[in-house]
Write a protein that binds this ligand. Structure first.
Ligand SMILES: Nc1ncnc2c1ncn2[C@@H]1O[C@H](COP(=O)(O)OP(=O)(O)OP(=O)(O)O)[C@@H](O)[C@H]1O
Ligand SMILES: [Mg+2]
Length: 363
């Protein structure tokens, strides 16, 4: 099983510029999580802090009992082997072939024979759709292929934790979906803990188990995907819809006067941009037929059902609706009957979702 990552009160500044403060979240072992946020909110800085490339001035990031922020260089070197990282720019060595790039961590961190290394490298290149390209240099292939080569290299040590920074940048929409499918399949095969940083709304809505968002130097939310996808927070709705109407501006975040002035403009008929209908909770991508079941998804179901009563009503409803009738019986929940919204008063979460006590509690 992948490792759990517990982050508590993490705060990072460069000189006097604070990037984010007091970020706390837990990446559940073997689950896929994604982090959203406007450009420049410090998502890449967050990933780099998680592997000790940058030093936050406060807080902890604990993996297998080791706090990455304060541990010794030797412990850090050891713990880093648990991570596979796909950097935003792929970060391949320009003068090395794809084969040597992907083989690099194996030669650096293991004592494996060249025969064994060859077997592993070719397997990972095949997995990422790069079979036959092993002799190419990074400069001779497309941006999307470089991204996939970076991913092959991130996977080569069978990491327990996989961090991916904007896997879709430079990829066409179809290739983005293929790479999303690859994440789900790799997660099913090796049960690694994933954190994907992305701007891609399709990917964010259909791939991860958990979703979070950085905005205005803080973690706005982090939790089961259903919470963010049904959120009424203006910043979340604006981000998912890709619209100009809302608190996120072109450069810095807007102030309330600017938001009000723009709102008047949009209400007077100016197009706020964005085309997708992004309401509701779309189905989550599943492993390709023939690939094992995701153990992380099974554990997640139990985990989320335990905290169900703490979640907002719309998220509860979405989670219950995603269960099969058999699972609904097992967890002792029933979906809300056909919703009559006309003239209906706001109801409490309990009324809203008709959560029945779990069977054990019925005694
Ligand atoms: N090494 C550094 N030294 C000083 N400032 C830095 C450093 N790295 C990043 N920053 C600053 O931290 C802020 C966050 O940068 P970061 O790259 O994490 O943003 P991001 O959310 O990943 O954006 P994007 O979505 O565009 O990739 C930026 O203002 C950037 O200038
Ligand atoms: Mg970035």
């Amino acid at each position: 099983m992948g490792a759990e990552v517990v982050i508590e009160g993490l705060t990072k500044s460069f000189g006097r510029q604070n990037i984010w403060r007091d970020v706390s979240l837990t990446l559940p072992p073997g689950e896929v999580s994604a982090l959203l946020g406007p450009s420049g909110t410090g998502k890449s800085v967050f990933l780099k802090s998680m592997i000790g490339l940058l030093k936050p001035e406060r807080g902890r990031c604990v993996v297998n009992g080791v706090d990455i922020v304060t541990c010794s260089e030797r412990k850090l070197y050891e713990t880093r082997k648990l991570f596979g990282v796909l950097f935003q720019d792929g970060a391949l060595f320009g003068s090395m072939t794809l084969f040597d790039n992907v083989a690099f961590p194996l030669r650096e961190h293991t004592k494996k024979s060249e025969t064994e290394i060859r077997r592993i490298v070719l397997e990972k290149l095949d997995l990422t759709g790069l079979a036959g390209a092993e002799k190419k240099l990074p400069g001779e292939i497309s941006g999307g292929m470089r991204k996939r080569a970076g991913l092959a290299r991130a996977l080569v040590l069978d990491p327990e934790i996989i961090l991916v920074d904007e896997p879709d940048s430079g990829l066409d929409p179809v290739r983005t979906t293929y790479i999303s499918q690859l994440f789900i399949d790799v997660n099913a095969q090796i049960d690694a803990t994933f954190l994907i940083v992305t701007h891609n709304i399709n990917l964010a809505r259909t791939v991860p188990d958990n979703l979070g968002m950085l905005f205005r130097k803080e973690l706005v939310m982090f939790g089961p995907r259903e919470v963010l996808l049904t959120s009424e927070e203006p910043v979340v709705k604006q981000f998912l819809g890709g619209r100009m109407d809302g608190p996120i501006g072109m450069s810095e975040e807007k102030d309330s006067a600017q938001i009000a002035a723009e709102r008047a403009m949009f209400e007077a008929g100016h197009h706020a941009g964005g085309v997708e209908d992004v309401t509701g909770i779309p189905a989550q991508m599943q492993p390709t037929p023939g690939v094992p079941t995701r153990q992380g998804a099974i554990r997640r179901k139990d985990r989320v059902m335990k905290i169900l009563h703490t979640l907002p009503p719309a998220a509860q409803e979405g989670i219950i609706a995603s269960l099969t009738p058999e699972e609904q019986r097992r967890y002792g929940v029933t979906p809300r009957r056909s919703v009559v919204t006309v003239g209906r008063h706001t109801t409490s979460p309990a009324e809203d979702t008709a959560i029945l006590p779990a069977r054990g509690e019925l005694g």
